[in-house]
Design a protein around this ligand. Structure first.
Ligand SMILES: [Zn+2]
Length: 271
């Protein structure tokens, strides 16, 4: 009786050992597999380098960079950068246009890694610099790639960033001072934010609204996005080097207390 019980316990222990060993082998090894996958992919920087004469919104002055300490004199180099928050490739937080909505320090880090959707209208923009996104641009994308995923970052590709860093070319003003550059449209933004439930959007120009609107100080499309408590990124680069679908994007910025905008670093991971 005793020996049978011992054998039973022994068998049970062996079974348990086998089961435990199997579950250890099956257990997720953290995110090392995910890292191995991602690190083998192409990373594309969607960020412009910025400096004092970087293209900027018409109401802003230039950036100043001062060397406070130098290696020659002090043994180390420290620069002081003075610029508006909305400088270079940058984030606009909801609080940029709307009191009480989120500032850049309040946007959760979870909103910084997103599926990247690129709506490519650079051909249309080459023919018409005043082009604004059409509903059919969205349906064409979806007919090729399926429904725009929830939580996506949707970027409008116009190739306008190839005019960087020429501010006059970015603004593209005619003789009467009217700016001609492309922009989003309310119909498309409503579909993306309210129906497809995207997290954020971005573009290559200095503004969400087309030049024809901003010339009249009409920023209603930017106000619409930020009013939904979503953030946006302006002056993106290199969207011609990423696919329309299937990439991920890392969107990050410093955590300035109460900030409404700041230079951003935006990186696509391309499948
Ligand atoms: Zn902005």
């Amino acid at each position: 009786m005793k020996s049978m019980r011992t054998r039973t316990i022994g068998a049970y222990a062996a079974l348990c050992y086998a089961a435990c060993a199997a579950s250890a082998a099956d257990a997720p090894r953290g995110l090392s597999d995910v890292y191995a996958t991602l690190s083998g992919k192409r990373f594309v920087d969607l960020t412009h380098t910025f400096g004092p004469t970087t293209p900027h919104w018409k109401g802003f002055g230039e950036e100043k960079v001062v060397e406070l300490y130098t290696i020659k004199k002090d043994g180390f180099l420290v620069q002081q950068f003075t610029h508006v928050g909305q400088w270079g490739t940058h984030i606009d937080a909801p609080a940029h246009f709307h009191e009480g909505l989120r500032t850049i320090d309040k946007i959760p880090t979870r909103e910084m890694l997103l599926p990247l959707v690129v709506i490519d209208v650079h051909d249309q923009v080459a023919r018409n610099p005043d082009y604004t996104l059409k509903v059919e641009d969205i349906s064409n994308w979806e007919s090729r790639h399926g429904r725009i995923p929830e939580h996506a970052f949707v970027a409008m590709r116009t190739d306008w960033s190839k005019r960087w860093p020429n501010d006059a070319a970015m603004q593209n003003k005619d003789a009467k001072g009217t700016a001609h550059y492309p922009g989003w449209s309310k119909e498309v933004l409503k579909i993306l934010y309210e129906d497809r439930k995207i997290t954020a959007s971005g573009h290559e120009t200095t503004d969400t609204d087309p030049g024809l609107a901003t010339t009249k100080d009409d920023y209603s499309l930017e106000s619409y996005i930020l009013g939904l408590n979503h953030y946006q990124i302006e002056m993106l680069a290199n969207l011609d080097q990423v696919p329309e679908a299937g990439a991920l994007v890392i969107v990050t910025w410093p955590r300035a207390d109460g900030g409404t905008g700041f230079p951003a670093r935006v990186i696509a991971i391309v499948p």
